[in-house]
Design a protein around this ligand. Structure first.
Ligand SMILES: *Cc1c(COP(=O)(O)O)cnc(C)c1O
Length: 386
């Protein structure tokens, strides 16, 4: 077995052309578009506010190893990740960057933060106390970010807990705050009363820590206006081309394109059914294209009989259920020279954004991006380390 797979691997070239030939789907990621989006956000900020980059969850599924260096080369100096391991991985990519870890330290991981210069985000009185104790034991002040909760009820100190920290001189000496942050619950709905409510609660919390920088806005919060920009903004989604302004046109450049490979074409007669459960019945003679991507690649089952792809300008409906490795499109009427085995159908592309696909799957673009599987051939455009 072992030897056979080695032999197969030797036979299969690792050059770009052979990798593309073997791929059931090609995911193209435009690093220059990500950089352009970071610049577009930066240009919108009130004077004095700066733009960090959120690269958690492997840069929303698009590849932190490529995305983070691209952002850094454009001038991004501060990055947010969710987990300690993501912070460690980012540190090897960017020795100089400032890295803030959203989950904060878990018991026994304090040394990892210190050794790799990760800044913890302290989300509870317990995390504050543990980090302060660690600092005292080391007899050195260890800065950290203080997260205050203003509506999410998820992470962060409430006002009274923040006040207790602010009044505790020993703790403040051990843990000088590097940033006071909060997170908006309803920023994608500009009319939601919680937005201004949270802004007021955040302002109140910040008075407890005079002179310390603040941050409240992620992608959608930035577009609520300059009042929300504080000293730092923390966009993720907008950098990756998702629409931060659900009520208006997307100001961001599209970043991802996803093409699924046509495995075969078949002409079927009226009355035939398609896929598991026979949920789609062909009403007239039809031409079907079977494409080599499925729910294991992040093409959600919810897209069955709802989603679509595109061949050039033409919309082609996704028919039947989504299988693990395959989906079927009805390409009846598409000129024969535009669909052929080995060719591609766009699942995300110029005619269908990530947000469009997400809507058909009853979810959000964030979930579509972070669910994209590991089987695609990933092709990076623009600045890259490779
Ligand atoms: C994920 C996250 C962000 C980035 O949010 P986007 O909506 O993707 O811009 C910012 N701040 C916190 C606390 C987060 O968890």
């Amino acid at each position: 077995m072992e030897r056979m797979s080695e032999a197969l691997q030797r036979g299969a070239g690792d050059d770009l052309e052979s990798r593309v030939k073997r791929a059931g789907g090609v995911l193209t990621i435009d690093l220059d578009a990500i950089v352009a989006n970071w610049r577009l956000v930066t240009a919108r900020l009130r004077p004095g506010s700066r733009c960090a980059g959120v690269v958690k969850a492997d840069a929303y599924g698009l590849g932190m190893a490529q995305v983070a260096p691209a952002l850094a080369s454009a001038g991004c100096r501060r990055f947010f990740v969710a987990t300690i391991d993501e912070g460690l991985a980012l540190r090897t990519l960017l020795p100089e960057a400032e890295i803030m870890v959203l989950c904060g330290p878990f018991a026994g991981t304090e040394h990892d933060f210190l050794a790799h210069r990760l800044l913890p985000i302290l989300n509870s009185p317990q995390q504050v106390a543990d980090w302060a104790q660690f600092a005292r034991r080391r007899e050195q002040p260890l800065p950290a970010v203080l997260h205050v909760d203003t509506a999410m009820s998820r992470l962060g100190l409430n006002f009274n807990q923040a006040k207790a920290v602010a009044e505790d001189r020993a703790t403040l000496a051990a843990v000088p705050p590097a940033l006071v942050m909060s997170h908006l619950a309803c920023a994608d709905d500009p009319d939601h009363p919680l937005n201004s409510g949270q802004l007021a609660a955040f302002a109140a919390a910040r008075t407890l820590f005079p002179g310390i920088e603040g941050s409240i806005a992620a992608s959608s919060g930035i577009f609520l206006g300059p009042d929300w920009h504080a000293d730092w903004v923390r966009p993720g989604a907008a950098l990756y081309g998702l629409r931060p302004t659900p009520r208006s046109l997307n100001p961001m450049a599209q970043v991802a394109r996803l093409q699924g490979r046509i495995v075969q074409l078949r002409d079927v007669d009226e009355g035939k059914t398609v896929g598991y459960g026979a949920t789609h019945r062909v009403v007239a003679k039809a031409r079907l294209a079977t494409v080599a991507v499925g729910y294991a690649d992040g093409i959600f089952r919810a897209l069955g009989n709802r989603g679509c792809g595109h061949v050039g300008e033409r919309r082609v409906p996704l028919v039947g259920r989504v299988s693990m490795d395959l989906v079927v499109f009805d390409v009846t009427g598409v000129p024969a020279d535009e669909v052929r085995p080995g060719g591609f159908i766009d699942l995300i592309g110029p005619r269908q954004s990530v947000d469009d696909l997400a809507r058909d799957a009853h979810t959000i673009g964030y979930e579509v991006l972070t669910a994209l599987g590991s089987r695609y051939y990933r092709h990076y455009l623009g600045r890259t380390e490779e």
